[in-house]
Design a protein around this ligand. Structure first.
Ligand code: HEC
Ligand code: HEC
Length: 371
């Protein structure tokens, strides 16, 4: 009974914080009854007793589709194939040594495993590379949501001086036009366009490829009604996740990606310098707000948080409970949630993560520029 009450209080706290004008949460301290364990504490080496899972709460989630369909409609195979090639093509970087797949390895959870990635000449940015898997399902792209969708996002890194460092869009288009196989692939992907090799179309093709990089798995089978798709321990972990209130922010098909929230909502996040979404909107209310990341494939996508400062998943979960919900979880509760999160790992279709055969260079194709 008590636990139920605390959950309701917590839901109210977060609901208030989820509103447009985020005021400091009314109950910024521990919610009444929050010290109450959300499930019977495990004693000794005894395995966690499956916490009762209230299936009605599962409606905050949704199954992942095979394609996150663009508003313009489903992608054609030719468009996806072109995007797949462009995503893997290092010739789209100044020194022809970096592709999208260098920082977002699609066969490694869509990340590079580094706190911050290395771009042109080894330069480092200040943020952790999030996974591209299921990213198309998010409300916006980047930690601060500064790009509206994957099509717009894809045009950024190629021209970013510390990422792929190409001088301008015209240089990218000129490079692509030196390769007849690329010209033919753009024609197949954009039938009827007189001059289909454009920078916008490059963004559309890469975006169409990313829209196929979804990872439906056992959790989706469970949501669809197959009660055996998750083990008893994983279901207990899911119950702990829900009872703790993580789903107030990590919800929807991607178990996240649907909203912006303040990092350190209940308890300030130590040494937070990155102002997050504030840099995009200049709205004081957006200071220190970040896009709530997807927890799909989270076991593969460490190190964690916008700066990659936290190495392990248990530590990330413990910090989240403390700073976002004002709850001090026991090690057993953390382990239980991690058991559930581990069940969110699944791979995109094998054909999409294999390295594609790239169009051949010609004598006209520019050479790498290490400067
Ligand atoms: C040098 C490393 C690097 C390269 C190369 C790179 N990215 Fe990224 N990518 C990042 C980082 C770092 C971020 C986060 C930046 C931020 O949020 O400010 C990011 C963010 C993203 C996101 C947003 C995901 C989300 O959850 O918001 C997508 C999608 C993405 N990149 C796709 C691509 C594509 C497509 C390419 C190739 C055109 C590419 N990236 C090239 C490092 C890289
Ligand atoms: C009030 C909203 C909110 C709640 C509640 C919340 N989170 Fe988060 N979560 C966020 C935000 C925002 C971030 C991104 C913070 C950052 O890196 O700047 C995040 C990041 C994470 C990350 C790191 C993801 C990554 O890709 O680096 C994990 C893991 C996580 N949350 C798990 C949880 C768990 C487990 C719970 C429940 C104990 C929880 N969260 C509760 C908002 C929330």
């Amino acid at each position: 009974m008590k636990a139920k009450l605390s959950l309701i209080v917590c839901a109210v706290v977060v609901a208030a914080a989820c509103g447009k004008k985020t005021e400091p949460p009314p109950a910024a301290g521990p919610a009444p009854g929050q010290a109450e364990p959300v499930q019977p504490a495990t004693k000794g080496a005894e395995p966690a007793k499956p916490a009762a899972l209230d299936r009605s709460k599962l409606s905050v989630f949704a199954a992942l589709p095979a394609e996150i369909t663009a508003s313009s409609g489903a992608a054609t195979p030719a468009l996806v194939e072109l995007g797949h090639k462009l995503y893997f093509d290092k010739r789209l970087s100044k020194n022809q040594d970096i592709s999208c797949n260098s920082c977002h390895l699609v066969d490694k959870g869509g990340v590079d495993g580094s706190a911050t990635s290395s771009g042109h000449k080894g330069q480092k940015g200040g943020r952790n590379a999030p996974t591209v898997l299921n990213a198309a399902a998010h409300v916006a792209q980047f930690w601060d949501g500064r790009a509206k969708d994957v099509e717009e996002q894809a045009k950024g890194p190629i021209l970013n001086p510390i990422e792929m460092a190409m001088p301008n869009a015209e240089a990218v288009v000129a490079l692509l036009k030196t390769m007849p196989e690329y010209v033919a692939a753009f024609q197949a992907a954009f039938p009827g366009q007189p001059d289909p090799v454009t920078y916008d179309n490059l963004g559309r093709a890469i975006g169409a490829y990313e829209r196929q990089l979804t990872t439906p798995g056992r959790f989706d089978a469970f949501l669809a009604g197959d009660a055996t798709a998750l083990t008893a321990e994983e279901q207990a972990g899911l119950a702990t996740f829900l009872d703790t209130g993580c789903n107030a922010c990590h919800s929807g098909a991607a178990v996240g990606g649907g909203m912006f929230q303040k990092l350190g909502l209940v308890k300030p996040w130590p040494d937070l310098k990155d102002e997050g979404r504030f840099a995009v909107t200049k709205d004081e209310a957006d200071k220190f707000k970040f896009k709530v990341p997807s927890l799909r494939n989270i076991a593969q996508t460490g190190p964690y948080f916008h700066d990659g400062a936290v190495a392990t998943l248990p530590e990330a979960v413990k910090k989240m409970a403390a700073h976002q919900l004002g709850k001090d979880l026991s090690d057993a509760q953390v382990a239980s949630i991690v058991t559930f999160l581990n069940a969110l790992t699944a791979a995109p279709p094998a054909a999409l993560i294999a390295a594609p055969t790239l169009p051949a260079s010609t004598p006209e194709t520019p050479k790498p520029d290490p400067n």
